[in-house]
Ligand binder design. Sequence first.
Ligand code: NAP
Length: 552
Amino acid sequence: MTESSSKTANTDYDVIIVGAGFGGLTAVHRMRELGFSVRLFEAGTDVGGTWYWNQYPGLKVDVESVEYSLSFSYVIEQEWSWSERYAGPQELCRYANFVADRLDLRRDIQLDTRIDSAEFDEDSGIWALTSNSGEKLRSRFVMMCTGMLNQPIKPQFKGLDSFEGKQYHSARWPKEGVDLSDQRVGVIGTGSSGVQIISTIASEVKHLHVFHRTPGYCLPLRNCKMPEEYSKRVKANYGEWRAAERYNSFGGWVALNYQIGELVTGSALDATPEEQQALFDERWKSGGLSFYNVYPDVYTDLEANAVLGKYLQAKIRERIKDPKLAEILTPTYPVLTKRLIAETNYYEVYEQDNVELVDLREQGIDEITPKGVRVGDTEYELDCLVFATGFDAMTGSLKAMDVRGRNGLTFAEHWDDGARTHMGLMSAGFPNLFIINAAGSPAPLFQPIILGQEQVQWVGRLLTQLAERELNCIEPSAEAEDNWGGLCEESVAATLFPLTDSWYLGNNVPGKSRTGLAYFGGMASYRQAMTDAEVCGYDGDFMLSTLPKGGN
Ligand code: NAP
């Protein structure tokens, strides 16, 4: 890259990256490959991102390990072997460490350092960042790889701080573990995190109260030791699958499904009942989230959706002996409009004498008391309270950080009425700041690990082009943001997702606007939008310039 494009006497690095998850690791490697000087800052004491922070009991990745892998390095792909079909957080962190070591990324990574603030200087076009230890850093470009599910939320129940026992959040579970034996434990929340925690701790605790509001579609993960033959077959075919299926499929994933499958096309309504049954049975047997790859109109047509919904509801009911419990635990909302929940023996846990479900559908939690949780007239006495209540997804991390763009604009202000981005990659008023895997990106039914790599590659090509054109400043126009927000709205309106409250739409956070939060048009059309921006030299939707005026 040329001297005039980014590295100046006034910067410490060309690119500062925040967050050492898979997006951040990819970014360090790519930026370095392109010849940029780079430094990554991570608040945690190790690499791994979401897998570093989320280490609660029972956690397993819900996408097959072989798919949940970085694809930009042939060496990494071939040298790493997963031990389980669905890896746990410790193995995923080992993998992140392997990537960092094998690609020699560590020398450009600073752990245990939280970036507290970032401020854009309009005259020089340089970002000034400050860490929690007071270190001051300057760079031309910033890549925020802070993740889409990173900012935990706790409902602000009355009396929350009065509880005399211990409180934990699933997303900040102590790394050394928690001894729950002989404890009376309450778990609030039965999304992916809650369900995995409940299934795992039920046999260990003295008594478990599950505070349960909306039932999810929980499906057996069917985890197992990684079959060697399967691993070999995957490695031999990785490139072909990724090119042919993942990048062009709506959901952005390969149709591996344990055996090598194909993406399903055609309408559920054109299939005979026998064909539907055969497909669904095969998915059921395969396990995990393979039901994402079924007839595409289950995402857009209520009748088609109900075909799958009824199949899964029946499967859930079969597993629950008590009819009253079955009624509470069987979901009724359109399937797939909330993320499917991958579990192991979840429903069976309710047969244990020490497990009790507290049905919150009609009567929610009134307050947290010094002794436990009160629902109506009943106080449930607890030693320990686990919040598995989710995240301020997509926007939470950047809104929580003190990031100031032009005229001191913060993300909290700019995104107050919705997530204003162009293509989920940049925001107007925040020049040279790139957002990886967060607001405005393809909706989270896709695999973030794939998306993050695509976005990093896009940023890399953009920075190279800026350098070649002797430019050093880029930001999207407000009009481009409006248009992208409009596309996000149009794309979600064409699906069934708006029929259900979920973090996909932001309505798990009181008052949060869903505008622009996520793009639901599919991975293929998202990649096309990225390519179109590149092909026209970023003109039109982006404003390009050189700062300071007249050169560095
Ligand atoms: P979540 O899906 O948002 O679930 C939050 C849970 O808390 C829901 O059951 C919700 O009930 C409940 N809740 C929230 N406020 C409540 C209140 N005031 N009273 C009672 N219940 C309340 O969060 P999550 O389970 O952490 O999962 C978030 C996402 O992270 C997942 O969808 C998935 O994408 C990802 N994840 C993946 C894995 C994996 O790879 N295995 C594991 C964990 C998470 P309502 O539904 O009624 O609002």
